[in-house]
Ligand binder design. Structure first.
Ligand SMILES: NC(=O)c1ccc[n+]([C@@H]2O[C@H](COP(=O)([O-])OP(=O)(O)OC[C@H]3O[C@@H](n4cnc5c(N)ncnc54)[C@H](OP(=O)(O)O)[C@@H]3O)[C@@H](O)[C@H]2O)c1
Length: 266
């Protein structure tokens, strides 16, 4: 299987390329990566090009990983080929029509792909075969875990949830560290403690498979220090802030799909 990544030098395209080679889904020599600027020096045994059509012609699977506002300028035909898009917002119908194939997948990874820990939901057009599904599962598995989900509405929503990856936990971490520092904790200790707390929480939730709602309820029932913190955060609008943030992210994700170019998408 030869794979091409349009936007292969980008944040996500690069992470996927490195993961595909590391997981031996594809040897670097069967990987074609395109970019607009000078090809970079990393992964020198892959085939680098600025010609997206040449990339599509020498690939069995084409991954689209340019920013949504750059998509209108990408002219590429891959008739009948499997095309996997990671672009936010851009619809299956748009991609199928522009590329000329009925085998299209929309997948939504996140930046944790860089450390093999992306959660990547994906959905497919009716033309996608069982063999294609195996291929997509291998691509998704190389950067972490994922699920096939029922339809594009789920992908549009998940773009603003798991697609944001480390962004919301990082937002929380930054607020916790800022507060700790204003209370005299050294920045290094604040950072180390908060990062350890996030990693530990993830591992714990993964291990116990417990609903986080139950974890919170357990702490609230304990009626100690943690309960005081949780209740004050909630009274100050924590849950509302999260809902409003996710609604704004969904709105932007949908808007990216209808934008026609850079100024429209800003
Ligand atoms: N970043 C995330 O956390 C994340 C998460 C989920 C999904 N996504 C989606 O993934 C896609 C890529 O995002 P990103 O963050 O990786 O963006 P990025 O770092 O800006 O990478 C995009 C790459 O696309 C290349 N490019 C643009 N137009 C091109 C063209 N006509 N032909 C070939 N290459 C072209 C750029 O190359 P040059 O540098 O040479 O211009 C750039 O390296 C987006 O659609 C985004 O919605 C991103």
């Amino acid at each position: 299987m030869r794979i091409g990544i349009i936007g292969g030098n980008g944040w996500i395209g690069g992470a996927v390329a490195r993961a595909l080679v590391a997981a031996e889904v594809v040897p670097a020599g069967d990987l074609t990566l395109s970019c607009r600027s000078e090809p970079p020096g990393w992964l020198p045994t892959a085939h680098w090009t600025r010609d997206n059509q040449a990339l599509a012609d020498r690939s069995d699977v084409v991954i689209l990983s340019v920013r949504p506002q750059d998509w209108p300028a990408v002219a590429v035909a891959a008739p009948g080929k499997l095309v996997v898009s990671v672009m936010a917002g851009v619809t299956l119908a748009d991609i199928a029509g522009r590329v000329g194939t009925d085998r299209v997948v929309r997948a939504m990874p996140n930046a944790a792909a860089d450390v093999g820990r992306s959660y990547t939901p994906w959905t497919a057009t009716a033309g996608v075969t069982d063999d294609d599904r195996v291929t997509v599962a291998r691509l998704v598995g190389s950067i972490g875990s994922g699920d096939e989900v029922a339809g594009e509405a789920v992908i549009d929503y998940m773009t603003g949830l798991s697609g944001t990856g480390p962004a919301y936990p990082a937002l929380l971490a930054a607020a916790l560290i800022r507060d700790a520092v204003t209370h005299g904790v050294s920045p290094e200790v604040a950072r180390r403690s908060v990062v350890a707390m996030l990693v530990g929480t993830g591992r714990l939730l993964e291990k116990t498979d417990e609903d986080p709602e139950e974890t919170v309820a357990e702490f609230v029932e304990y009626r100690g220090v943690t309960a005081a913190g949780i209740e004050a955060m909630r009274a100050a609008g924590f849950d509302t802030a999260v809902s409003k943030g996710l609604a704004a992210a969904l709105g932007k994700s949908l808007a990216l799909g209808t934008a026609k170019g850079p100024s429209d998408a800003a």
